[in-house]
Design a protein around this ligand. Structure first.
Ligand SMILES: C[S@@+](CC[C@H](N)C(=O)[O-])C[C@H]1O[C@@H](n2cnc3c(N)ncnc32)[C@H](O)[C@@H]1O
Length: 495
């Protein structure tokens, strides 16, 4: 390992992925649901977005292509990541995204930082708990200088106590892997094999079923670059939420809510006895600690704001009524028994099915959805409807309904397809840019391929199968993609 990484691995590039918690519209929605003013960016607003620790830049590329009037600045210290991201942006001819190579430990004091504009939205996905304290401190100094008043910040990290029982596992994988192999990907593979051997040999401290055997089985199915970046960093350190909030307070950032939208609804997150204990406290951070003690979730997403302006529930609801939603799944396949942190719950079929059907063909305003034909139930609670539909991934906010596909979004989607079809599994989750939604739409590489064919006027399943040299992909037929997914992707502005 070279020494410029400050303990973070630099010999294996990270994989490309889209994490919807990074979407500015979702971050603004989190603020609104928690009674804090934020505008969901729409139309041609000149929004500034900053991504810290961008890897190969896929999230920033998607946001740039979906929002031509935004300016995105994305930073990472690994030159292989920045070179890949710049090449991808050039191929898609995206001019509203800038990729900078810089180390957070020193960037705030570097003359390079002068050119970084103050941001309306900042995201840090998958970096905070993997880096050295010097880099964390540097991030806080950068946030202090680069978040505009009212700006919103997202951060995700491995959280305690969920990671507590797994800390021994991480340490044995990390330390043994480093002695057994050279490159980080080989190291993590060797470390996992060694840990599996110890589980089989009944090592006492690897016997907790919640933390080890089960986790090792799950790990074996994950991509090796992900595992290397998760397990092989010298400074890997899961954190308590209050400690992250204390660090961010150094940049005048105040915690607003959970990035997993559903977690902002206490009744969907905790049981009645857990809630009774939680509600003895007014302190929001204490409430979050009690939540973190109760639920099975190892990666936390949080949303902070610099200068929270509180709004009343009436103002929040009036704002949400004007928001537009579009479906992310086929309306007639909406499940009515759904998993939330507290367990399985039933959704009202007579409320949610008519709502979903009303927006099946095109995004619609929340006020119209609540008053759509056949909707039975509360029509005065937009927060719950939007929270459930968006929080469970059934719908996305649509920030420019009716605008069509968007040239930059289509260019990026084609480049994504061209690049990934060469090397990646066709069932791999990817994402497509959409001008109409103003964010990325999750889909598989196969669905992206079929969408592209449909856009070119080829909607024949056997023709598409011939192009791919296959009929079915692990049970998914091209016919079923054409029948169920293409209408959703068309309504979402991907076609
Ligand atoms: C786990 S990856 C996450 C990448 C991306 N956010 C994603 O989720 O796909 C963490 C990233 O942080 C970058 N990184 C780590 N330490 C850094 C530092 N001190 N300065 C700048 N970037 C750093 C790494 O190169 C890596 O790309």
């Amino acid at each position: 390992m070279t020494d410029w990484g400050g303990g973070y691995i630099t010999d294996i590039t990270y994989l490309t992925g889209w994490y919807r918690q990074q979407s500015p519209s979702l971050l603004a929605l989190t603020c609104l649901l928690n009674g804090v003013e934020a505008s969901i960016p729409a139309g041609d607003e000149p929004v500034q977005v900053l991504e810290l620790g961008c890897g190969q830049g896929f999230a920033s590329l998607l946001l740039a292509a979906s929002n031509p009037s935004w300016r995105i600045t994305a930073i990472d210290f690994n030159p292989a990541h920045i070179a890949a991201a710049r090449a991808w942006a050039a191929e898609a001819r995206l001019e509203n995204v800038t990729f900078l190579e810089a180390d957070f430990a020193t960037l705030a004091e570097d003359p390079l930082a002068r050119d970084i504009p103050q941001a309306d939205f900042v995201t840090l996905h998958g970096i905070w708990s993997g880096i050295a304290p010097a880099a964390q401190d540097g991030i806080v100094r950068l946030l202090r200088d680069k978040v505009r008043p009212g700006g919103v910040v997202h951060v995700s990290y491995n959280v305690l106590p969920a990671w507590g029982p797994r800390m021994g596992l991480q340490r044995i994988i990390h330390d043994s892997g480093r002695l057994l192999a050279g490159r980080s990907d080989r190291q993590v593979e060797e470390g996992i094999k060694l840990a599996q051997g110890l589980v089989a040999a009944q090592a006492f401290n690897l016997r907790n079923p919640a933390s080890t055997g089960q986790i090792l089985d799950q790990l074996a199915s994950l991509p090796v670059p992900y595992l290397a970046h998760e397990f092989m960093n010298e400074n890997w350190r899961p954190c308590f939420m209050r400690d992250v909030a204390a660090a961010f307070a150094g940049a005048k950032l105040e915690w607003v809510g959970a990035g997993h939208l559903i977690e902002n609804f206490p009744e969907l997150t905790l049981t009645a006895p857990q809630l009774a204990i939680q509600q003895r406290f007014d302190d929001p951070l204490m409430r979050e600690l009690i939540k973190d003690m109760c639920i099975d979730r190892a990666l936390r997403h949080d949303v902070f704001v610099r200068g929270a302006r509180r709004i009343t529930p009436a103002i929040r609801d009036a704002t949400l009524m004007d928001v537009s939603l579009g479906m992310a799944v086929p309306a007639d396949e909406l499940p009515f028994e759904v998993a939330v942190p507290v367990g399985k719950i039933e959704l009202s079929r007579t409320f949610y099915l008519p709502v979903a059907r009303a927006m099946a063909d095109a995004p619609m305003h929340v006020r119209d959805l609540l008053n759509a034909e056949g909707v039975e139930g509360r029509k005065d609670n937009p927060a719950e409807m939007v929270g459930i539909m968006v929080g469970l991934g059934f719908a996305e906010l649509a920030t420019r309904p009716g605008v069509g596909t968007g040239a930059a979004a289509m260019r990026l989607n084609q480049v994504t397809l061209r690049r990934m079809m060469r090397t990646e599994n066709i069932n791999r989750p990817v994402a497509a840019a959409s001008l109409c939604m103003g964010t990325a739409i999750p889909l598989t590489l196969l669905e992206l391929f079929v969408s592209d064919q449909v856009r070119r006027g080829n909607a024949d399943a056997s023709y598409i199968a011939d192009l791919l040299g296959i009929g079915a992909v692990e049970g998914t037929t091209i016919e079923s993609v054409l029948r169920t997914r293409i209408p959703v992707l068309r309504a979402a502005g991907v076609i």
